[in-house]
Design a binder for this molecule. Structure first.
Ligand code: AMP
Length: 509
């Protein structure tokens, strides 16, 4: 099924329901939304000669036009490549080239010089509706099979060169149905607010909201500003949003400043990176039962496990700390296994690589059979994440396999060390990486941002650490920072920190 059928159905059933909002301003009801999509789709076919299966890229900030373009692309059977708007034009051009995009929509249509883009790729302004109002429209979505490609999702590249994850219409339908079943029930009164980039998780959550005839709200800033978001939530009401843990942390800080407790927010879905227990406690204290955690990756978008709202909010449960530190249980359409290095399943409680099988798992990497073979093994997606399952099926993530630090022959999982340091009252943010060490193989280095911006006494901090964790896991070095490098999805860039360490050690020679 073509996922654009969901828009087609909703606009038939509820044409006058409000659909697209720019800030608090209503831009289109579902009939207008679909009319624009039909017109834009016909334009792609008639004016640009696109055929089903062609690839169209988007390098744009969040906007209502973004959603219209995505649906126009699917409506006429093409494949969308949403590119992170904060990428350098050179990186975006690399993706457009790799994806063999025929068109790339940008804000204003003048991001690239003709030399930047591959010859067969044309840049267009994504905010211009087809000029000819009398342009024929494409009445119905072009039929598509479940396995046909819909979204080429370029991985955020925190672990190397970005790869194009092939997501089919069937993958996106399964992901959306899991959302409604496992993450949050959606109704027509809800409003999906796009505070995080639409090229990633926030955008992937549009489908179920289209299906249910809910509102889609793009903040006037086109991005994330916690104070703006709270004001918007209070005006719009019933708001759901996806936020990286670092965004939730900023929301908590801002909420404290203005004594805000979540009015107008229905659900904050967080994921995409670790949320430390200390931060989750603060978030629950601030926002109450509004938080749901998901664990997923581009290769099984937003859908591996879920930690439900009721469980996160139930602070008085004796096992709260261990459950809240987990990423929850498998979502409805996937199975989870823990594998050893020979890809054999491990018993409950043992750590190994997390593998996933089910309807959301990608079709493979675009034009990269070798990476596909390494990642899809015997029908299982090897996530590259390390974790373990408990007897009740709760999954705890310890790290990405390549982030594990091997110090003196023992494995140190940076996540555990970060989790402890994040509990220190003076620590605002922390990130732990390994550094080559002549004596230990690797040693633990902690990058720390303190609340008052001043370094802590390292001896005291280590003594405090040792009351909570084994000595071989203690940081051998602290680097005091005013902030940590993050990508535009809010993920801390460990690679940058490792590179910084390398440069610093070369400079010290
Ligand atoms: P991406 O494909 O860019 O969305 O990155 C996915 C990766 O982010 C996963 O493989 C995990 O390493 C990490 N991740 C996603 N969700 C969570 C979560 N809830 N907790 C911790 N790490 C997460």
């Amino acid at each position: 099924m073509n996922i654009a059928n969901w828009l087609h159905d909703t606009q038939r059933r509820a044409p006058r329901r409000p659909a697209l909002f720019d800030g608090t301003e209503l831009v289109a009801d579902y009939a207008t939304f679909a009319a624009h999509v039909r017109q834009r789709a016909a334009h792609l076919v008639d004016q640009h000669g696109l055929v089903p299966g062609d690839v169209v890229a988007l390098l744009m900030k969040n906007s209502c036009d973004y959603l219209e373009l995505l649906y126009a692309i699917w409506w006429m059977g093409a494949v969308a490549v949403p590119i992170n708007a904060k990428l350098h034009p050179g990186e975006a051009a690399w993706i457009a080239d790799n994806a063999e995009a025929r068109l790339i929509f940008t804000d204003g249509g003048q991001v690239f010089s003709s030399r930047d883009l591959p010859q067969c790729c044309k840049e267009l302004d994504g905010h211009l509706l087809p000029a000819n109002r009398g342009w024929p429209t494409l009445e119905h979505p072009v039929p598509r099979q479940d396995q046909d490609l819909a979204w080429l999702f370029y991985t955020s590249g925190t672990t190397g060169r970005s790869k194009g994850v092939m997501l089919s219409h069937g993958n996106l339908v399964a992901m959306s149905l899991c959302y409604a079943t496992d993450v949050d029930a959606v109704s027509a009164d809800d409003a999906a607010v796009y505070a995080a980039p639409m090229s990633h998780g926030a955008g992937l959550y549009n489908f179920i909201h289209v299906r249910c005839g809910a509102r889609h709200v793009v903040p006037a800033s086109h991005g994330f500003d916690a104070a703006e978001l709270f004001g918007l939530a209070e005006q719009v009401g019933n708001v759901s949003l996806f936020a990286a843990p670092t965004m939730v942390k900023r929301m908590v800080e801002q909420a404290r400043r203005q004594d805000y407790h979540g009015a107008g927010i229905k659900t904050i879905v967080y994921g995409g990176g670790p949320m430390y227990l200390a931060d989750l406690r603060d978030a629950v204290d601030t926002f109450g039962p509004r938080l749901v955690q998901i664990y997923g990756q581009g290769e099984s978008p937003m859908t591996i496990s879920v930690l439900p709202r009721a469980l996160i909010a139930e602070r008085e449960r004796p096992d709260w700390a261990s459950l809240a530190a987990s990423v929850g249980h498998a979502q409805s359409c996937v199975e989870i296994r823990i594998l050893d290095t020979g890809h054999q399943p491990l018993p409950t409680g043992e750590r190994g690589e997390i593998a996933v099988r089910g309807a959301t798992v990608m079709q493979g990497y675009w034009r990269n059979p070798q990476a596909t073979r390494q990642t899809l093994v015997d029908g299982w997606l090897l996530t590259g994440d390390i974790g373990y399952l408990d007897a009740a099926g709760y999954l705890t993530l310890t790290d990405r396999s390549k982030d594990v630090i091997i110090s003196g022959g023992s494995n140190v999982y940076p996540r555990e060390v970060e989790e402890v340091l994040a509990q220190h009252p003076e620590v605002f943010e922390v990130c732990v990486v390994g550094e080559p060490d002549a004596q230990w193989g690797e040693s633990v280095v902690a990058f720390v941002v303190t609340r008052n911006g001043q370094p802590l006494d390292e001896g005291e901090l280590t003594a405090w650490f040792l009351t909570r964790m084994a000595s071989f896991k203690k940081p051998k070095k602290y680097v005091w920072r005013s902030d940590l490098p993050k990508n535009s999805y809010g993920k801390i860039l460990k690679t940058d920190l490792r590179q910084w360490l390398k440069a610093a050690s070369i400079a010290a020679l």
